[in-house]
Ligand binder design. Structure first.
Ligand SMILES: Cc1cc2nc3c(=O)[nH]c(=O)nc-3n(C[C@H](O)[C@H](O)[C@H](O)COP(=O)(O)OP(=O)(O)OC[C@H]3O[C@@H](n4cnc5c(N)ncnc54)[C@H](O)[C@@H]3O)c2cc1C
Length: 394
């Protein structure tokens, strides 16, 4: 199994590195007190069609492979996890993949130009991992839907022109009634609010209340009840990108730690000679490599038309977890210097920590892996869905 980039992918990666160098974005982000991601850089990426990377050519994008996107997100992670909205359509890919012709015509051009950002609204005050508990409703009234509910703990509340809001069209039916809607955020019946997060400050964070928000039927994404299928397909891809962007962040941290261990002297020699330092570096370099390969495998399966929920869940939990511990130890190796902003390690740690929760917590992903390995019956039993209490052939 080879996960090498083809020539086209190599050229693209070169272009991405060039873009980072030319815009000097790493330095700008490191020196920014707010850590906010500069919008104009995204527009510059739009001009080069780099937002359309993972959108089909027929829809105005570049149609690059999932594997190539993995390499690009890894490169992004080296700069900052906050660059995750720079290249590729992000959650706007939901429209590119599942949107009607009219929806694509309306929303893809501004998205690809870098003028529109798309948020995703799944989480609510009483619903996170358990999407069956979604309380936001969408009531069909003639040729409209009326949306009512609260979405909370969501990213890009301020910057997103539209949100893909997942709502219940058949309250009481769990995930079977889940339906996504394209909601334009300038609606006067939407009340936004902000929450201060620990990390991932490049983009705003918070929520919004939907007070009888009327949206036309044409803004429904897919058919009623298709939300869970759409969610699963999209996140099987997106989760891996989040895993690998964290690995990029960790790779950079370990490279910094190596340089530091070679040049910082204590007790008459470089600190890298201490086994406690050397082995930390060896452990993390090995684990990062292993986790990266798992991410590449999950992305390669997507390219081969065999997306696998289990492989993607493994890739995200291993990617984020390995990255977190690597950055934590890189910080330790830097001593006092690791604990200040200047070296960028504390920010990487805060950012990666967020991705151990967002887009599927580490533990829910382990439960998903367990479901695929042990079977749905045992998984359902774990969730309290009844099962006959008897052993089978043991
Ligand atoms: C930085 C950040 C950005 C985010 N951005 C967005 C966004 O843009 N859009 C959006 O909709 N949401 C977003 N979220 C929300 C995120 O997706 C949810 O926080 C996450 O799905 C978990 O939901 P919860 O917080 O309600 O925790 P809960 O679901 O209440 O879980 C609490 C704890 O119980 C554990 N748990 C729950 N169920 C299981 C299970 N089946 N097996 C094992 N353990 C379980 C969890 O692992 C966790 O430790 C973001 C969160 C963060 C931190």
């Amino acid at each position: 199994m080879s996960f090498e980039l083809n020539q086209e992918g190599e050229e693209l990666l070169h272009k991405i590195r060039d873009f980072f160098e030319r815009t000097n974005i790493e330095k700008e982000l490191l020196e920014s007190n707010s850590e906010k991601f500069p919008w104009h850089i995204r527009q510059e990426a739009g001009k080069l069609n780099l937002i359309g990377l993972d959108v089909n050519k027929a829809d105005g994008g570049m149609g690059v492979s999932a594997l190539t996107m993995g390499y690009i997100y890894h490169e992004c992670g080296k700069i900052s996890v906050n660059t995750r909205e720079l290249f590729g359509a992000g959650h706007g890919r939901l429209i590119a993949q599942y949107g009607s012709l009219e929806q694509k015509k309306k929303y893809l051009p501004p998205l690809l130009k870098g003028d529109l950002l798309v948020g995703v609204g799944l989480t609510e005050p009483d619903c996170g991992s358990d999407l069956a508990a979604t309380e936001t409703t969408a009531e069909r009234v003639g040729s409209n839907y009326i949306l009512r509910g609260i979405k909370q703990w969501v990213s890009r509340v301020e910057e997103s022109g539209i949100f893909i809001v997942f709502a219940q069209t058949k309250p009481g039916s769990g995930v079977k009634g889940l339906t996504p809607f394209i909601v334009e955020m300038d609606n006067p019946n939407i009340e936004k609010f902000l929450i201060e997060p620990m990390g991932m400050k490049g983009w705003s964070y918070g929520g919004f209340k939907l007070h009888d928000v009327v949206i036309p039927v044409e803004n429904r994404l897919g058919e009623e009840g298709e939300g869970f299928k759409i969610f699963n397909e999209h996140f099987t891809y997106w989760r891996v990108l989040m895993g690998i962007i964290c690995l990029g962040a960790a790779q950079k941290a370990i490279e910094q730690a190596i340089e530091y261990a070679q040049n910082r002297f204590a007790f008459g020699g470089p600190i890298g000679r201490f086994q406690s330092v050397m082995h930390k570096i060896s452990d993390h370099a090995t684990l990062i490599e292993a986790a990266r390969l798992l991410c590449f495998k999950a992305l390669d399966l997507i390219d081969k038309g065999k997306p696998d929920v289990k492989e993607s869940a493994m890739a995200k939990w291993l990617g984020t977890t390995v990255a977190y511990h690597a950055i934590d130890d890189a910080m330790q190796i830097h001593g006092a210097r690791g604990y200040v902003r200047e070296y960028g390690l504390e920010q990487r740690l805060r950012d990666v920590r967020g991705l151990m929760i967002a887009d599927g917590t580490t533990d829910t992903l382990k439960s998903l892996i367990g479901r695929e390995l042990l079977g749905k019956e045992i998984y359902n039993h774990m969730l309290g869905r009844v099962r006959e209490p008897k052993s089978v052939n043991v």
